[in-house]
Design a protein. Structure first.
Lengths: 368, 212
């Protein structure tokens, strides 16, 4: 499977652009701020129906305009598939696959698997648990549509339950039957989310460790530790036990929305005890493991988006990535960099590869 | 490249206060955005004055004169609706539904010969709808006083729908009434009104006991 062509109008800083892509490596070079990353984000939209960088669709419209569209033509085996995303200010976002309007975007996720590596990834280590939960959910959701559905429902029930806890407090009343009904729903969707996260991580951590050893050339033990309230007690018991605490806090204090994925190195938190190099290796290993896992599960080599990696990665880690590319480990690749010569000197050496070079300048993308 | 728009940025400048008002009112309809509302306004302006007056009057009459059945909450021209008043229908069998559309959909299948109870919505704290805003107390009273034999719960398998079903079944735990739900040939997340007649008819016929 690969993306044959991509076009978008009034998306981010582009008025309109169209590119015919290589099934191998696509290199986009241009100055900072020229809009290289926006091309990657358009591809991300086709896969996830939303931006990687800015969840508010409205803010991805070209300044002063009312709508944007993104269209991609995929070749899936013998089949041509057209994905079209349109968003107009004040209207519902539209996602069409082969001209059929999708009712539920969640059903689209995973159809065009994708892994993105960007300088922002360091936030996975630095930021709070929400970032890591999102990363974890994104990996599972791309191979399990029911998981994504359960998770979306869980979050909606959670919102309902939190609102009800607030209402109990503000209106000074209590309806045990109502709370129990909401608990049933929370458990119904939260339990499978917990089970799947746990099961996924058991498998995933093995793949991750293998890549970490390849990349770091050192032997410190790394771990992805799944921390969940549900590890110790059943969700039913937790909700019972913390009913009064929830009522006082006016929100749900226990559940999978509190889950944490701890990154450990030598048994200690990576954020505090990992060197910069170890942190970088950790992130790259996570992403490569994600790639491998998706490939195994879907039978498709995911699209690989590499944003500015020449700037951010040191030679050692970069060389491992490039050597993987040369050995055909990946499928279709999209790379951005500020220096066209640097890209050319790297890929000219890989003779077997089908490489296209694009220059990004003044809101236009042209093949060079 | 961070261009941030205000979420409330107006995207249309209206040439007339009258148009703006009409657009604002029409866009309160579910599923109608401002653009669609604007199309409706332009359509209305092209119609004859008489036609638009008729539309306006029918809406006002609808809201002012509508009556509901005292027993089941169905729309009715009398104190008790035609279904409740029909002695040929099984008065000890109640089908509980969200709203009028579900009654119409189930009646169209010709598979059901009992009575209805219309909740008038589903439990959704986020939308300010609690159990007391729905016809739930009246349903419980009905079941206790009418010696109802069986209650069929025909509520969409949505999140709010399922919360409401949980709530109902818990409230009715201590009564003798047998509770069944329509068999879920209807997709999770599916709205009842969109189900085709065959699916809906079959789901009524093949209803299953509701196990908590
Ligand atoms: Zn009635």
């Amino acid at each position: 499977m690969h993306l044959q062509s991509l076009q978008f109008t009034q998306f981010k800083n582009y008025d309109s652009a169209k590119v015919i892509l290589s099934g191998g490596v696509n290199c986009f070079s241009g100055n900072n701020g020229a809009g290289k990353t926006n091309i990657l984000d358009a591809i991300y939209y086709l896969s996830f129906t939303k931006s990687f960088f800015n969840a508010v669709d409205q803010q991805n419209i070209l300044h002063g305009k009312d709508f944007f569209t993104i269209e991609g033509n995929f070749l899936n085996g013998e089949l041509q598939e057209k994905v079209r995303i349109a968003f107009e200010r004040g209207e519902k976002k539209s996602v069409k696959v082969n001209n059929n309007e999708l009712k539920k975007f969640s059903e689209h996720i995973g159809s065009y698997p994708l892994v993105i590596i960007t300088p922002n990834d360091i936030m996975l280590i630095l930021e709070g648990s929400e970032e890591r939960r999102k990363f974890l959910d994104g990996m599972i959701a791309q191979t399990d549509k029911i998981y994504l559905n359960d998770l979306l429902y869980y979050n909606r029930v959670l919102e309902q339950r939190n609102k009800q806890l607030k209402l109990f407090y503000e209106m000074s009343f209590f309806d045990i039957t109502l709370l129990e009904s909401l608990n049933e729903q929370l458990i119904r969707f939260g339990k499978p989310v917990f089970d799947k996260r746990k099961k996924f991580l058991e498998e995933f951590v093995k793949v991750f460790r293998k890549y970490y050893l390849d990349i770091s050339s050192s032997s410190e033990e790394v771990q992805l530790q799944y921390v969940s309230d549900l590890n110790e007690k059943t969700f039913e018991n937790l909700l019972d036990e913390f009913e009064n605490a929830d009522l006082a806090a006016q929100r749900t204090t226990k559940g999978v929305h509190k889950d944490e994925l701890e990154f450990l190195i030598g048994g200690f938190p990576l954020k505090k005890f990992g060197s910069q190099g170890q942190q970088k290796s950790f992130i790259i290993a996570l992403k490569l493991a994600q790639f491998e896992y998706l490939k195994q599960q879907t039978g498709i080599k995911p699209m690989l988006l590499l944003d500015d990696i020449f700037e951010k990665l040191d030679d050692q880690r970069l060389n491992i990535l490039l050597s993987m590319m040369a050995h055909d480990a990946f499928g279709q690749i999209f790379i951005t960099d500020t220096h066209p010569e640097r890209l050319k000197s790297v890929f000219n050496k890989m003779e077997k590869m089908d490489v296209k070079y694009f220059s990004v300048k003044d809101q236009t993308i042209s093949e060079i | 490249m961070a261009v941030v728009f205000s979420l409330h940025l107006p995207f249309m400048n209206y040439p007339s206060q009258l148009i703006e008002e009409a657009v604002n009112e029409l866009s309160k309809f579910p599923g109608i955005g401002k653009k669609s509302a604007m199309r409706m306004v332009l359509f209305l302006l092209k119609q004859s004055e008489n036609d638009v007056n008729k539309l306006g009057e029918s809406i006002i009459k609808l809201r002012n004169n509508i009556r509901y059945c005292k027993r089941c909450g169905n729309v009715s021209d009398h104190t008790v609706c035609n279904i409740c008043a029909n002695s040929k229908r099984d008065q000890h069998l109640i089908c509980v539904v969200e709203d009028l559309r579900d009654v119409m959909a189930i009646e169209n299948t010709n598979q059901f010969n009992g009575t209805y109870h219309i909740l008038g919505g589903l439990i959704s704290p986020v939308n300010g709808v609690g159990p007391d805003a729905l016809n739930i107390e009246s349903l419980i009273d009905r079941i206790k006083t009418e010696n109802t034999r069986e209650l069929i719960v025909a509520i969409s398998a949505t999140m709010e729908g399922d919360t409401t079903v949980f709530y109902l079944s818990k409230k009715l735990k201590d009564t003798a009434v047998k509770i069944s739900t329509i068999s879920r040939g209807i997709a999770i997340g599916g709205e009842l009104e969109y189900a085709d007649e065959i699916t809906l008819g079959r789901s009524i016929a093949l209803r299953v006991p509701y196990n908590l």
